[in-house]
Design a protein around this ligand. Structure first.
Ligand SMILES: [Ca+2]
Ligand SMILES: [Ca+2]
Ligand SMILES: [Ca+2]
Length: 167
C-alpha cells in the first residue's frame, strides 16, 4: 500500500469510527462516499445529538459548547484563524488533495463571519452566535431546525468545507 493510500484510508476510518450510527444513516449508505462529505456528515450527526434528522437551536448551542474547546487547541479561550481551520482530519484531507489554498481561503471567509468585531480572534460567544445565526439562515423551509440537507447544502460552515475540500 502506498503512503497516500494509507493516509486516505486512515482518514476514512477516522470518519467512520467517529460516526457511531453509520448503519442507521441513509447518508452513508452509499458505497462511494467522498471522504470530505463523510467528514461533513460526521459533523452533522454529532450536531444532531438525538439523531432525529433535525438539528435544532438547542442542539446547535450544545454543539458549539462541545466543539469550541476542541478547536481551541492552545486553550486560551479564543480561536485564531489557524485553529478555525479545524481538525487534522480536515486540513489533512485538504493537503492530501492539494487543496490547501482553497481550504485556507474558504475557512478564512468563515473566520471573518464569526469574528464580528474584527478582533482577529473568535471567542466562545462569537462562535455560538455565528453558528446560531448561520443555522437560522440555512433553515430554508422555516421549520425551526436544520434538516440534513439544509445542514449539508445551506449551512455556511458546510458550504465552506465543501468549497474548500470538494468542489
Ligand atoms: Ca435533533
Ligand atoms: Ca486559541
Ligand atoms: Ca428546516
Amino acid at each position: 500500500m502506498t503512503e497516500h493510500k494509507g493516509r486516505l484510508l486512515a482518514l476514512i476510518l477516522t470518519a467512520a469510527v467517529a460516526a457511531p450510527s453509520v448503519g442507521a444513516t441513509p447518508f452513508l449508505a452509499s458505497t462511494q462516499v467522498d471522504p470530505g462529505l463523510a467528514l461533513l456528515d460526521e459533523i452533522g450527526m454529532r450536531a444532531d445529538a438525538d439523531n432525529d434528522g433535525r438539528i435544532t437551536d438547542v442542539e446547535i448551542n450544545v454543539f458549539a459548547q462541545k466543539a469550541f474547546p476542541l478547536l481551541d487547541a492552545d486553550g486560551n479561550g479564543s480561536l485564531d484563524d489557524e485553529e478555525m481551520r479545524g481538525t487534522p482530519a480536515m486540513s489533512g484531507l485538504a493537503a492530501f488533495r492539494d487543496r490547501e489554498q482553497a481550504y485556507s481561503a474558504s475557512m478564512g471567509v468563515v473566520f471573518d463571519l464569526f469574528d464580528r468585531d474584527g478582533s482577529g480572534s473568535v471567542d466562545a460567544e462569537e462562535y455560538r452566535i455565528g453558528l446560531t445565526r448561520g443555522a437560522v439562515r440555512a433553515d430554508r423551509d422555516g421549520d425551526g431546525a436544520l434538516s440534513r440537507n439544509e445542514f449539508r447544502n445551506a449551512f455556511f460552515v458546510s458550504r465552506a468545507l465543501r468549497r474548500g475540500l470538494i468542489e
